[in-house]
Design a binder for this molecule. Sequence first.
Ligand SMILES: Cc1ncc(COP(=O)(O)O)c(C=O)c1O
Length: 400
Amino acid sequence: MKPFSKRMPRLGTENAFAVIGKAKKFEREILKPQSKHLVYLQIGEPGFDAPKNVNEAAIKAIRENQTHYTTTPGIPELREAIALSTVRYTGVDYKPEDVVVVAGGKPIMFYMINALIDEGDEVIIPNPAYPIYGSVTEYLGGKVVPIPLKEENEFNFSAEEMEKRITPRTKLVIINSPQNPTGGVFSRELMKKIAIIAVKNDLWVLSDEIYNEMVHEGEHVSIASMPGMAERTVVLNGCSKTYAMTGYRIGWGVTKNKEMAKYLEQLACNDISCVSTISQYAALEALTGPQDEVKRMLQEYKARRDLMVKMVNEIPGMRCHSPKGAFYLMVNVKQITDKLGITAAELCDRIMKEANVLILPGTVFGLFGDDFVRFSYVSTQETIVEGLTRIKNFLVPLMK
Ligand SMILES: Cc1ncc(COP(=O)(O)O)c(C=O)c1O
């Protein structure tokens, strides 16, 4: 066989999926015969179904035969609704033509990095972070320049450290607030500083705001709202998290840079032609219909967070701050890994095999996630109590 392209070995993946695959196998082959099951506290998607009105809109679209192609950047009504919703949290005067609808938030990463990065170009990426930013950068021959998110700064990075990392090859900075995997929310002060540095050094910014509605304390600040930023920023957002619509695959990029919008559209045209028409009508209902479900889900996430933070801090060797956003908890386990002489990944493996609970090691999200494990609090309060009780019972004797 002729070899695969030289790019392929550079393409990463979401290791979380590999961990889940391994856990499902363990559950099927080892636990099920003993009538036991795993408690999943690692899940990265909303713990709710899509709102009823959204599903009804999808069904209506099928009944009305909305089953044909649309234009690549999406149906005009949806682009308008997205522009309006983005105006609300950025204050930027976005118009429908600034919006490109794609199949989930993820493709915007692929398209924007594709539009910008040549071999050797550098991309500043927080660490730990969503793994696809780095994977796509390296796939395209770019260089990932990590910038640590530190627990003591509530997982904000330092603008000074960002500035130190800029070289003549730096082209793009990726930020994600509220953040996966830390739950950290960047402060207004930090956003201002990043914006000043980006303008001064003529940098592009990919601002992943997929969790913008999930701020439990404080405020969501979009970097696009800072002076000089709307033209150099693509705001990534979508329906997956806010409306619990992961399977609909609806996301978008919004930018005041016309050339960038054109390239995002062209890449989407080459890739998918357009997004499922049915999903687009569902998304239109999500954005323009009643928002009560969103409020209800948010309230419940907050209650789940408070429960989880309290219980985690009662487990010997585990400690965490209360995260301000998203639905993740980054828990420091250094005391445990030091005492047991194992890595965070080995600890997660033992917790899966011996306590029968699935959580993720911080290293799935980058090297600076070394001393941490990531929980998500999307599961019901009952499941959270069950999972954390199991972990506590497992760790208490080991930490004596
Ligand atoms: C930070 C972040 N951005 C983007 C995405 C992708 O969202 P989507 O499922 O809409 O592609 C995720 C999903 O987990 C995420 O955590």
